[in-house]
Structure formats: structure tokens, C-alpha cells
Design a protein around this ligand. Structure first.
Ligand code: PHE
Length: 443
């Protein structure tokens, strides 16, 4: 029974965790956020967020999971012996549900564009206004986003219902190396395009004047979102870890996730500039500017397929971890079989995802605080819920449990004794105070 809920190998654990981290946040969102928020200056702030907050927060979340060896709703209570800390897990469940609701919609778009690559012979003869039209008609007034999100949810739930070793670990071990290979091939190909230099320059143009507090908050939110922190996705994988060094794995996750995000920009911007296309802002970068590139590029069909497959694979390993957080909790809390728990989560995901997708449709009445459910969920989770969740976990490990117990556990998980005090300063002070300061400044 116990073996069922543990990863078989260290590599499997790493692939699953990196799979959770690397996703739409890296490939779809990161490049345009950097491009519009100060380029190289934003990149430095982002990397600082990953090193100072993300990396210790990863250690924290993995350690809580590994110490507790149980579902995320009970984890903090089990580790501290005080049930009052269980609110952290409950808060994470809400975040996981909200993220899942909009994430599946964008994930589904990647399948549409794989289909469109074939249907239009890699967007042959379609100019930018027509591509904009194609995107709008598809996303806001057709039935097809619903079809794709349905397929995406189904694929995710089949993998999750197959279990930790046979489903999640196996799938991640195949998909993650594929993802790395695809992005490396694309980055190399793009590096040889003529007139691509403007793209690198635009991407990394160092503009300090754009760095304001809201921009720092978005770097912070983006780093937590990209590392899958603050909701229990990393915690649940930590609970399936039977061996390996927590500090080392956390560093590898942070490094690989950041590498893929930066590389995605190195693929997108030089390609867009090489063909004189305006790098649009927001979602249109991947779904409008890039297809315009693929329509002109030699080998555009293959490159387009590779790119949208990259998006789909990245998204799938992330939706797996989102669904696993919910499924494993229902499964263990109510003693349901994994399949039944997963069926319940799948039904709930279908309802909330369809609502999110509908809220974006032309003429939709589902607008809250002037925003579609889609942007509302995206904004509140990455800007508030995830950093607050990460902060609560840091406060929990820093102040909520016995220091000697923490020292012993972390030593067991591979933390060198000399680093313990430094780590303690981070979880007790640096993470909570920095996150709080950034949030207060936002108001
Ligand atoms: N980290 C994923 C991405 O960058 C998104 C995600 C967030 C996945 C939280 C799981 C949990 O796309």
C-alpha cells in the first residue's frame, strides 16, 4: 500500500516536480511578461525572486510534504501536532481549484493550434489581422475551446487515475525529456535565422524605469506560479518522495524551470523579429504573432507543430499536478478509491472550466468586478493566493514547529548543518517580510 504512493526513482520524482513547474507559465506567459515589463531589468528581479524566495519556499514545501507523508489538508497538522495549521492546506485547495479552472482553457488552445497547423498548412497566406480574427472567433465565439478543454481534462484525469507510479511518474519521465529536447531544437533553429538580433535586444533590453512595485509584485507572483508554489502541488510530490536530497532537488527544480522560461523567450522574440512581426502583448504573442512567423518560415509546419506540442506537453504535466492535489486529498480524506476521487475532481473541473471559458465569450454575462472569471482567477491566485500560501508555509516551518525537530528532519533530507541557521532566517524573516512588504506596497 505504502509503495503505491511513493515515486519509484529520484529521476521520476524530479521529472514530475519539474513537470509541474514547467508549463504555460514558462512558455506562454513568461516571455510576454518580461517583454512588456522592463526586459533584462525584470529578468534580474525575477531571478532574485526565485533565488531569495522561490528556492527556500521549494525546500519548505517539499519538506512539509516529506515530513507529513500524508495529504495536503492534514499535512501541517500532522507535522506540528496542531490542527489549527491545517488552514494552509485548505487555502491551497482553493488556489488549486481556481488555477485549474483557467489553466485547462489555455491548455486547450494549444490543441486547437496543432489542429490549425494542419488545417491551414501552417497558417499559409494568413496575415496578422486575419490571425487575430482566427483567434478571436475560435476563443470567444465557437464551441471548439470546449471540445479541446474536454480532451485535455480527460487526458489529465486518465493519467492521474492510473496512480502515482504508473500514471504520473511514467508520463513525466517520457514527457519532460521530450519537452527539453523540443525547446533546445527550437532555440537553436531560431538562433540561425537572419535578422533575429532585434528580438534578443527587445527581450533583454534593460529598462529600469519600468520597475515599479506592481511590476515587482508581478515578478513575485510569476515566480510562485511558475514554480507551482503555495498551494500544495509541490507538497504532495514531497509526500511521495522516499529518497533524495530536498535541497538539491529544490535547486534543480528552480534552475530548470527558470532555464525553460528564459529559453522560451529566446525562441519567441528572435523568431518574431526575424520576420518583422510586431510582438503583440498578452496571449496574442504565442497565438497570433508566432503563427504569422510560422506561415513564412522555412519548415514552418514542423516548427509550428513542435512549438504547440511544447505548449501542450508543458501544460499537461502541470495539469496533472493540479489534479493530483485535489484527487489525493479526496482519496485519503474520505477513503475513496483513486478512480472515484478522480472522477469527482474531473466533474468539478469540467464545470468550473466551462464557466471560465464561457465568461470570456462574446456577450457573456459572467463578469465579476469588471473582469472575466478567467482573468479574475489568474490575477488573484498568482498575485495574492500563491504568495500568501508560500508565506504561510514558511511561517509554519519557521515558527510553528519545534526547532530541533526541524533541524533533525532537514538533516535527514540532506541539508548540511551549517545551512540550517541561514535557512531558518529565510523562513522566519526573509520570506514573510518580503512578501508582506511587496503586498502592502501594492495597495
Ligand atoms: N507552474 C505551472 C506553470 O508554470 C502552473 C502551476 C501552478 C501548476 C501551480 C501547478 C500548480 O505553468
Amino acid at each position: 500500500m505504502k509503495n503505491q504512493t511513493e515515486f519509484k526513482s529520484k529521476f521520476g520524482m524530479l521529472a514530475a516536480a519539474v513537470g509541474s513547474a514547467v508549463g504555460l507559465g514558462n512558455i506562454w506567459k513568461f516571455p510576454y511578461v518580461v517583454g512588456t515589463n522592463g526586459g533584462g531589468a525584470f529578468l534580474i528581479i525575477y531571478i532574485l525572486c526565485v533565488l531569495i524566495l522561490g528556492f527556500p519556499a521549494l525546500i519548505t514545501e517539499l519538506s512539509i510534504g516529506r515530513m507529513a507523508k500524508t495529504n495536503t489538508l492534514d499535512a501541517c497538522g500532522v507535522v506540528s501536532g496542531k490542527k489549527c495549521w491545517n488552514f494552509i492546506g485548505a487555502f491551497g485547495i482553493i488556489s488549486a481549484f481556481l488555477i485549474m479552472s483557467f489553466y485547462f482553457v489555455v491548455a486547450g488552445w494549444s490543441l486547437e493550434y496543432i489542429y490549425q497547423t494542419f488545417a491551414t498548412n501552417s497558417f499559409d497566406g494568413i496575415d496578422t489581422p486575419a490571425l487575430q480574427e482566427l483567434f478571436n472567433t475560435f476563443a470567444y465565439s465557437s464551441y471548439r475551446p470546449y471540445l479541446w478543454l474536454f480532451i485535455f481534462i480527460l487526458t489529465t484525469s486518465i493519467i492521474v487515475s492510473m496512480g502515482v507510479q504508473k500514471g504520473i511518474e511514467k508520463a513525466s519521465k517520457v514527457m519532460m525529456p521530450m519537452l527539453f529536447a523540443i525547446i533546445a531544437i527550437l532555440a537553436i533553429y531560431v538562433a540561425f535565422l537572419p535578422r533575429n538580433v532585434g528580438g534578443y535586444r527587445f527581450y533583454l533590453d534593460f529598462d529600469l524605469s519600468k520597475i515599479t512595485f506592481p511590476v515587482i509584485l508581478s515578478a513575485l507572483g510569476q515566480s510562485f506560479f511558475s514554480l507551482s508554489l503555495g498551494l500544495g502541488a509541490i507538497m504532495v510530490y514531497g509526500s511521495y518522495m522516499k529518497e533524495g536530497n530536498v535541497v538539491g532537488i529544490s535547486f534543480q527544480i528552480a534552475l530548470l524551470d527558470t532555464l525553460i522560461a528564459v529559453l522560451a523567450g529566446f525562441v519567441i522574440f528572435p523568431a518574431v523579429f526575424a520576420y518583422g512581426i510586431a510582438p503583440g502583448e498578452g496571449p496574442s504573442l504565442a497565438y497570433i504573432a508566432l503563427p504569422a512567423v510560422f506561415s513564412q518560415m522555412p519548415g514552418g509546419l514542423i516548427v509550428s507543430l513542435l512549438f504547440f506540442a511544447l505548449l501542450a506537453i508543458g501544460a499537461l504535466t502541470s495539469t496533472i499536478s493540479l489534479m493530483e492535489v485535489l484527487t489525493s486529498n479526496i482519496c485519503e480524506k474520505w477513503h475513496f478509491s483513486r478512480q472515484l476521487a478522480n472522477l469527482i475532481v474531473t466533474m468539478l473541473a469540467l464545470i468550473s472550466t466551462v464557466l471560465c471559458c464561457y465568461s470570456m465569450a462574446d456577450g457573456s454575462k459572467l463578469i465579476i468586478f469588471g473582469r472575466t472569471l478567467f482573468t479574475l482567477f489568474d490575477d488573484i491566485t498568482s498575485k495574492f493566493f500563491l504568495p500568501l500560501g508560500g508565506m504561510a508555509m514558511a511561517i509554519f516551518l519557521g515558527w510553528g514547529i519545534n526547532k530541533d525537530k526541524l533541524r533533525t528532519s532537514l538533516a535527514e533530507f540532506g541539508m548540511k548543518p551549517i545551512f540550517f541557521n541561514i535557512y531558518l532566517i529565510f523562513v522566519r524573516f526573509v520570506i514573510p517580510i518580503t512578501i508582506l512588504m511587496v503586498m502592502i506596497q501594492q495597495k
